[in-house]
Design a protein around this ligand. Structure first.
Ligand code: AGP
Length: 611
C-alpha cells in the first residue's frame, strides 16, 4: 500500500502534492518522492524516511518550485528495501512514474528490458513500468497509448501515474485492483489514491474502476476502459476531513477490518500459480539440501502474531509432517531452549521491531537457520534473518491488529504448502486443492465483514458483561485466544480463551448467567458435534452463548442460542481466517459501547520495542 498524488493546473504543484501526501501518509511512510515539471524539465527529489525528510530536502533546493504539473508518492515497500533509489518516482528517459500495487511478472519483464538495453537503478518492480512506457514513447506512441501498451505487458495490481517531459500538460493514469480517484477542479485536476488528499481543493470526485486508463489535463479528463471511452459519475463528497482520513469509518480499526479482503489478496497475489495449482515463493532462497535438513520448526512471536503461529503449527504439521513448536519470544530466551542446525526458527511479527521477537531470532540465529514472516520491509527483524516472507497488509494504524493477523495466516499457509511441495509430502492434487481454495478467500472474507450489523446487535446485548469466555477446538482454538485478546485490548473487559474440550477441567466453575461464552464451531462433523456437547454443558449452567460458525442453518445450534453469527465456509484449513472477523467486530462494537479509545487503547503501544 502506498499513497500517490498528482496535480495539473495553474497553481504551484509542489505544495498541493505535499499536502496531499501528508493526508496519505497512513498508506506508507518508509520513503517519499516528487517529480515536478518546471523551467522546461522534470525535477525529481526523493528521500528515505517519513515525509518530513523529503520536506527538509525540498526546502534546501528550489528545483521543483514554480511548476504546475507534478506527481508525488509515499511508499510502503513491497519489492526492494526502503532506500532513496527504491523510492518513487522512477524515471526512464522522458518518463517519471509512481505506482501503488505489485507487478507480478516484473522479473521476466526486467530481463527482457535489460536485453533491450534498459539500465535499472532500483530493486523495485515499479521501475520496469517506467522503462516500458519510455520504450513505447520511443516507438512514437502518444503518452496515453504508451501507458496503455505498458499495462498490456504487465500482470498484477496497479495505480500508475506517469508524466512525460515532452507533454508537460498531462498526467497519465492506469488502475487495476488498487484505488485511484480524480478530483475535479476549475482548470485544474487532482489525482490521488484516496479522497482526503484532494478534499482541501475540491469535493467533486471521480472514482476510477478496474481497467480504467485516464488522460488527465487541467481542463478535462478522458477515460477509457478496454480501449473504449467511458463516462464515470462525478460524486460530491460531504465527509469532514477527519472522517475522510478514516475512509468514512469511525475508527482505523473498523477501516482495517474492512480492508482484509484486499490485504489477503495482496498477500497471495503473485505467489499462487493458478494453472499449475502450486505456490511459488522465489524470495525464499533455501537450497534443496538445506530444506531436506530441516527436522523441526520453532515459531517465535508475541501477542496476536503468536496466535498466528499456533495456526501455523497446524498447517506445518498437517502438510509437511515436520514437528513444529510455538514459543513466546519473551520466554524462548530465558530457558534452555533446544535448537540446532536442523531446526528452522521462524519469527512472525507485523512491525518487525518487537524487542522480544528480535532478541529471540538473534539468539536462534547463533545456532539455527532463521526466517521471518513480517509486514515491514527493512525492519530490524527482516534485516536480521536469512529469508523473509512479507505479508502485504500495508500499514496498520490501529493498535489492535486485524489485517496484520489475517495476512500472517495467509503467509504461513503459503509457506506450509510451499515446504510440502519442495519436500514432496503432499500429492500434487492436494497441493492444487489447498492452493485453489485460497482464491475463494477474499470473497468469503468480504461476506464475513458484512455480518457487522448482526454482530453490533449481539455486542449491544452483552455490552455490560464483566467477563467473557472464548472457546474453540483444533485450528479454531488459536482464534478463540485471538478473540479474547482483541476484547481485552480495546474494551478493557476480562476475557479468556480456552480449547472447548478443556472447559470441563476448570473454567466450567466460572459459568453462570453473567458469563457470556463465545464459541467457534467449525463445520467439520466430528468437532461440530463435540463442541455442541460442550455448549450443552454451558447451557445447563445458565451461561449465555454467542456462536460463530461456518455451518449454515444448524437446528441444534439455533436451539441453544439466538446469538448465532454465520460466516461462509471455504475450507477446513482456511476457516480460522473467516471465523476471526466476527470476533474482531464483536470486540470493536463492545469497545465502542464502552466508550474506550478504540484505536489507541490505554497502556498499549503499536510496536513494543522494549523488553
Ligand atoms: C495485537 O492486537 C497487539 N497489538 C499485539 O499483541 C501485537 O500483536 C504484538 O505486540 C506483536 O507485535 P508485532 O507483530 O509487531 O511483533
Amino acid at each position: 500500500m502506498c499513497g500517490i498524488v498528482g496535480y495539473v493546473g495553474f497553481q504551484e504543484a509542489l505544495p498541493i502534492i505535499i499536502s496531499g501526501l501528508e493526508k496519505l501518509e497512513y498508506r506508507g511512510y518508509d520513503s517519499a518522492g516528487v517529480a515536478v515539471y518546471g523551467n522546461g524539465k522534470v525535477s525529481v527529489t526523493r528521500a528515505i524516511g517519513k515525509l518530513g525528510e523529503l520536506k527538509k530536502l525540498l526546502n534546501e533546493r528550489s528545483a521543483e518550485a514554480g511548476g504546475s504539473l507534478g506527481i508525488g508518492h509515499t511508499r510502503w515497500a513491497t519489492h526492494g528495501k526502503p532506500s532513496e533509489n527504491n523510492a518513487h518516482p522512477h524515471t526512464a528517459g522522458r518518463v517519471s512514474l509512481i505506482h501503488n500495487g505489485i507487478v507480478e511478472n516484473y522479473v521476466e519483464l526486467r530481463e527482457e528490458l535489460e536485453k533491450e538495453g534498459s539500465q535499472f537503478k532500483s530493486e523495485t518492480d515499479t521501475e520496469i513500468a517506467a522503462h516500458l512506457v519510455n520504450k513505447y514513447l520511443n516507438k512514437g506512441l502518444d503518452p496515453f497509448d504508451a501507458l496503455k501498451a505498458a499495462c498490456a505487458d504487465i500482470r498484477g495490481s496497479y495505480a500508475f501515474l506517469a508524466i512525460d517531459s515532452q507533454n508537460p500538460d498531462r498526467i497519465l493514469v492506469a488502475k487495476n485492483s488498487t484505488p485511484i480517484i480524480i478530483g475535479i477542479g476549475k482548470n485544474e485536476m487532482f489525482v490521488a489514491s484516496d479522497i482526503p488528499a484532494v478534499l482541501p481543493y475540491t469535493r467533486e470526485v471521480v472514482i476510477l474502476e478496474d481497467g480504467d486508463m485516464a488522460d488527465v489535463r487541467c481542463d478535462g479528463v478522458r477515460i477509457e476502459n478496454n480501449g473504449k471511452p467511458v463516462q464515470r459519475k462525478v460524486q460530491t463528497i460531504t465527509w469532514d476531513p477527519i472522517t475522510a482520513q478514516k475512509g468514512g469509518y469511525k475508527h482505523y480499526m473498523l477501516k482495517e477490518i474492512h480492508e482484509q479482503a484486499q490485504a489477503v489478496t495482496d498477500t497471495f497475489r503473485g505467489r499462487v500459480e493458478q494453472e499449475e495449482g502450486a505456490i511459488s515463493l522465489p524470495e525464499l532462497a533455501f537450497d534443496d539440501k538445506e530444506l531436506a535438513g530441516i527436522q523441526r520448526i520453532v515459531f517465535v512471536a508475541c501477542g496476536t502474531a503468536w496466535h498466528a503461529c499456533l495456526v501455523a503449527k497446524f498447517y506445518i504439521e498437517s502438510f509437511t509432517q515436520i514437528p513444529c513448536e510455538v514459543d513466546y519470544a519473551s520466554e524462548f530466551r530465558y530457558r534452555q531452549a533446544v535448537f540446532d542446525k536442523n531446526t528452522l526458527v521462524i519469527a512472525v511479527s507485523q512491525s518487525g521491531e518487537t524487542a522480544d521477537t528480535l532478541a529471540a531470532i538473534e539468539l536462534a540465529g547463533t545456532r539455527s537457520p532463521t526466517m521471518a514472516v513480517c509486514n515491514v520491509l527493512g525492519s530490524s527483524i527482516a534485516r536480521k534473518v536469512g529469508n523473509v516472507l512479507f505479508t502485504h497488509a500495508g500499514p496498520e494504524i490501529s493498535v489492535a491488529s486485524t489485517k496484520a493477523f489475517t495476512t500472517q495466516l495467509v503467509a504461513v499457509y503459503l509457506l506450509a504448502i510451499y515446504l510440502a511441495q519442495r519436500r514432496g509430502t503432499l500429492a500434487p492434487e492436494k497441493v492444487g486443492e489447498l492452493t485453489h481454495s485460497l482464491l475463494h478467500l477474499p470473497a468469503a472474507i468480504q461476506q464475513a465483514v458484512e455480518v457487522n450489523s448482526a454482530v453490533e446487535k449481539v455486542a449491544q446485548r452483552f455490552r455490560g458483561a464483566k467477563d467473557f469466555l472464548y472457546l474453540g477446538r483444533g485450528i479454531c482454538y488459536p482464534i478463540a485466544l485471538e478473540g479474547a485478546l482483541k476484547l481485552k485490548e480495546i474494551s478493557y473487559v476480562h476475557a479468556e480463551g480456552y480449547p472447548a474440550g478443556e472447559m470441563k477441567h476448570g473454567p466450567i466453575a466460572l459459568i453462570d448467567e453473567n458469563m457470556p461464552v463465545v464459541v467457534l464451531l467449525q463445520r467439520s462433523k466430528e468437532l461440530f458435534e463435540k463442541t455442541i456437547s460442550n455448549l450443552r454443558e454451558v447451557e445447563a449452567r445458565g451461561g449465555k452463548i454467542i456462536a460463530v460458525t461456518d455451518f449454515e442453518g444448524s437446528k441444534e445450534l439455533h436451539a441453544l442460542t439466538q446469538n448465532v453469527i454465520e460466516v461462509p465456509f471455504v475450507s477446513d484449513f482456511l476457516s480460522p481466517l473467516i471465523m476471526t472477523i466476527p470476533l474482531q467486530l464483536l470486540a470493536y462494537h463492545i469497545a465502542v459501547f464502552n466508550g474506550t479509545d478504540v484505536d489507541l487503547p490505554r497502556n498499549l503501544a503499536k510496536s513494543v520495542t522494549v523488553e
